[in-house]
Write a protein that binds this ligand. Structure first.
Ligand SMILES: [Mg+2]
Length: 121
């Protein structure tokens, strides 16, 4: 079974994504912020990381920068609804820093699953 780490400070979003992914047959590790997410990454070495960008403590961009330094680099999907500057600013930055796919909130569940399948073949 492929395992996915999901990081989002919004509890409802986190639960929605984790339910969706586990119903689709993936193992799921949920985390509520970037610091907790990185701890979980090192503890479980999941195949894919899905991370929100705007979070307290440690932001998604910092998580992506740290993961991008690893060999092999884990697969990463960045999701964001924006913040002050909007998703148009943060999502392309996430892609530059190492995200394999970016997804703007709100998104349809099938969009997320399509990206996950694309990265976990
Ligand atoms: Mg957030």
């Amino acid at each position: 079974m492929k395992n996915i780490l999901v990081i989002d400070d919004n509890e409802n979003m986190l639960k929605m994504m984790c339910d969706l992914l586990s119903r689709s047959g993936y193992g799921v590790f949920p985390a509520m912020d970037g610091a907790q997410g990185l701890d979980m990454y090192y503890a479980h070495r999941p195949d894919l990381v899905i991370t929100d960008l705007i979070m307290p403590d440690k932001e998604g961009l910092e998580v992506i920068m740290e993961l991008a330094k690893l060999t092999p680099k884990p697969k990463i999907i960045a999701i964001s609804g924006g913040g002050k500057l909007g998703p148009q600013t943060y999502l392309p930055l996430a892609e530059m820093l190492g995200a394999d796919h970016i997804l703007e909130k709100p998104f349809h569940p099938s969009e997320l699953i399509d990206y996950v399948k694309d990265l976990l073949v």
